[in-house]
Ligand binder design. Structure first.
Ligand code: ARG
Length: 459
């Protein structure tokens, strides 16, 4: 115990508070696999250029496998002197194999090591995350397909606007989340360049083959400037940005569903498995799952802003500030995974009260259709809009629904109204006129479902 890896020039022990803050092992032990993988491949590279003998390299690899086994089986004994995952693994390797372990770090720095580990970790985590996003999209598409007949009010400004299909509404989120999925998987390209071989900042002074090393670790290229490489946390920032974007989208979905689940709306009932009760009011059934999604969605944005602020003031290359990437990235990832999964479960199990959705429609939401009716008779849209507005006002004045006005009343507003106007007071007709791509007609909704299903098959 005790002596720091970097302790050669020091004689006074580190201040305990600094030691505590500096220590990142509790968070970055999560990188143990990637760290060991990187070290094994680095050892191979050293062997190729004669800086490790065959025997030493074998010992190192065997030792590292043993260290990994200890982590895998939860038997790795973290010592109080272990500063981070890199020093912990090296310390343990030396205990296990002795001398050869002390040769592994030549030419390498924790600066290129940590970012290699982070990129490797992020690659597999994005794959995991995107598969969960895909499941959520699938659940939305499946419901949309099943419930395509259900009509509901569509809102703008949260005011009743035009009738839409419930499926059309659900698919609006399916598309959003599909785009999120595509954005976050595009990040994989940015993770393609290996920083290993950048050293502390100036590069690697030994003739290691960085390209071969990169390929062995599953990268497809190498970073081109060692100073850029060790100071680069853009991929973390981007990951945090997309995470907060997804958090925002899930939060908006949650907010809709919370509203739709109130007695006042009553469009949906959140399943018992995804609600909770009140300790005081026996009748309560609260949409806690959705509220947590909305709340946690907010904290993701906080983490993104926080980390951007960390980056802003740092001078070039590596500074310890960058160690803050772990907390931001890992905790965002965990939060995001949990709300993506919770959203999936909540959406999958919620009950749709289709009668309530349809009962919420009212004929004033067809005023636009009335204007279109006049347009189809040759009236210019601005005039038609004004005339339909007069119809709305007349209905209000007579305190009747717009569809209950007499044909005579309508005719006194415009001579273009005739008995055919009755066809306007039909919600299905209203929906079905939206035949242009992206509209709420059955045909267009089915097209969306087909397209999304094709996407699901390929992802
Ligand atoms: N634990 C450090 C981090 O996560 C590793 C790099 C440390 N490098 C250094 N020069 N102190 O950023």
């Amino acid at each position: 115990e005790g002596k720091k890896l970097w302790g050669g020039r020091f004689s006074t022990p580190i201040d305990p508070l600094l030691e505590k803050l500096n220590r990142s092992i509790d968070l970055d032990k999560r990188l143990y696999k990637e760290d060991i993988q990187g070290s094994k491949m680095y050892a191979e590279s050293l062997k190729v250029i004669g800086m490790l003998t065959d025997y030493e390299c074998k010992q190192i690899i065997k030792g590292l496998d043993k260290v990994k086994e200890e982590w895998d089986s939860d038997k790795f004994d973290i010592k109080s002197s272990d500063e981070d995952i890199h020093t912990a693994n090296e310390r343990r390797l030396k205990e296990l194999i002795g001398e050869p372990a002390t040769k592994l770090h030549v030419g390498r720095s924790r600066n290129d090591q940590v970012i290699t580990d982070m990129k490797l970790w992020m690659r597999s985590s994005i794959t995991e995350l995107s598969s969960n996003l895909r499941s959520l999209v699938k659940t939305l598409v499946t419901r949309a397909d099943r419930e395509i007949d259900v009509k509901m009010p569509g809102y703008t400004h949260l005011q009743r606007a035009q009738p839409v299909r419930w499926s059309h509404y659900l698919l609006s989120y399916a598309w959003t989340l599909k785009n999120d999925h595509d954005s976050i998987t595009n990040l994989l390209d940015k993770l393609g360049a290996s920083p290993l071989g950048s050293g502390a900042l100036a590069g690697n002074p030994f003739p290691i083959d960085r390209e071969a090393l990169a390929h062995k670790l599953g990268f497809n290229s190498v970073t081109k400037n060692s100073m850029q490489a060790v100071g680069d946390r853009d991929f973390c920032a981007e990951f945090l940005f997309y995470s907060s974007m997804i958090g925002i989208h899930l939060s908006r979905l949650a907010e809709d569903l919370i509203l739709y689940s109130t007695k006042e709306f009553g469009f949906v009932t959140i399943s018992e498995s995804h609600s909770t009760g009140s300790s005081l009011m026996p009748q309560k059934r609260n949409p806690d799952s959705l509220e947590l999604i909305r709340g946690i969605g907010g904290s993701l944005t906080g983490q993104c802003c926080g980390f951007l602020t960390v980056l802003k003031g740092t001078p070039s290359t590596y500074n310890k500030d960058l160690q803050c990437d772990k907390e931001a990235v890992f905790s965002s990832y965990d939060k995001l995974m949990s709300i993506v999964q919770l959203s999936e479960g909540t959406v999958r199990t919620l009950h749709l009260n289709s009668e309530k959705c349809e009962a919420a429609l009212s004929t004033d939401m067809l005023a636009t259709d009335l204007a279109y009716y006049l347009v189809r008779k040759g009236v210019a849209f601005r005039d038609a809009h004004g005339l339909a507005g007069k119809v709305v006002a007349a209905a209000e004045q007579n305190a009747v629904d717009i569809d209950k006005l007499e044909l005579e009343d309508l005719k006194s507003i415009s001579c273009f109204f005739d008995a055919g106007v009755m066809k306007i007071w039909n919600y299905e007709n209203s929906l079905e006129q939206y035949q242009a791509t992206g509209g709420t007609s059955r045909k267009c909704v089915l097209e969306q479902i087909m397209e999304l299903e094709a996407w699901l098959r390929h992802h």
